[in-house]
Design a protein around this ligand. Sequence first.
Ligand code: PLP
Length: 390
Amino acid sequence: MTDLTQCVLNPVVSSEGFDPLGVAIHRGSTIVFKDAAAYAARGERGHQGYSYGLYGTPTTRTLEAKLTALEEGAWTFLAPSGQAANILAILPFIAAGDHLLMVDSVYPPMRDFAQTDLRRLGVEVDYFDPLDAEDVAARIRPTTRMVWCESPGSTTMEVIDLPRIAEIAHAHGALVGLDNTWATPLNYKPLRHGADIVTEALTKFVSGHSDVLMGSLTIADERLIASIRAQMGRFGIGVSPDDASLVLRGFETLGVRLRHSERVALEFARRLAAHPLVDQVLHPALETSPGHAIWKRDFLGSSGVFSIVFNKTVSDRVSAALDAFRLFAIGASWGGTRSLVAPMPVARHRSVTPWTRPDVVLRLSIGLEDEAELWADIERFLQALEQLPG
Ligand SMILES: *Cc1c(COP(=O)(O)O)cnc(C)c1O
């Protein structure tokens, strides 16, 4: 072999005895086959085998397997963002003339997808009241292919009666998908409660460091594998092993991070609920939060994210008062080590359950900073809220 050829070919070295705890990053678009027959038969390797980098590497398979186990599902696919995972959970199963039911408290980009893309493709979309499962029974049609859920709802935190909704949907031959980003697979197991597909924005708590975007969809039944896999292939959607490795690293500490954040968040939520400037704290573990009884029945814990509705007298000043925060950073997304705050409009994202309360709801994501210093920061903000000119 000449030097030129040797430069291209990689020598095979032994990995015998090298057993690290971390997961190796396997980069690869091309996967080579030992002979022509193996190449010709590559389609028979199935969803578990390797045929091309887009369809998975040992790194991404490791993350998929971890999620499949925690979600108690049959298989998991990874997507480049939580939003992409949500779309891939719906699109393979719906066509022109079909009907989709979506929860009214859905993550706003999903409503945008439904209103813009699904409608353009000839899909009819209706929304249902997150707090009334019978509203699903009233709105479901013979053409309904999927009921799309999120629990608790984005920003407003309504917990839905998934078992009842799944019962209604399945009686009509519709699939049920649920976005489980808030609780993570540690604190809610939607497939146990009747969902056919569960999605996660791994971007948030699971990766946990605000530096990577990824989503997952886990299915309850192997029969859904082929449609999703083929749809992803036609769209050319896969994730990089480097990103998967970041998510795998964050995943190892999810349990302790989440337990800490949920404890501190609940403590702060309780204190805030008693504050004179606060009208309501939206946090499923509070007795006064919508759907609390269902949360208590179905969930295994809460999360580090909750929202505050302020009294009408001060709600106009919330945005201006945000500048008083020194530790909480102002920004979208959540679930990282750093505590975040974001003012969220709600009314424009509603169809069947109008939002008539002050239309800036403050969302807090509790990170890993010192608890007392975080609370002092919240007090600084509350003081500014009180003292700013109305
Ligand atoms: C953030 C979020 C998403 C989207 O995740 P990205 O990875 O940012 O696309 C989806 N659903 C919920 C509930 C979210 O909070």
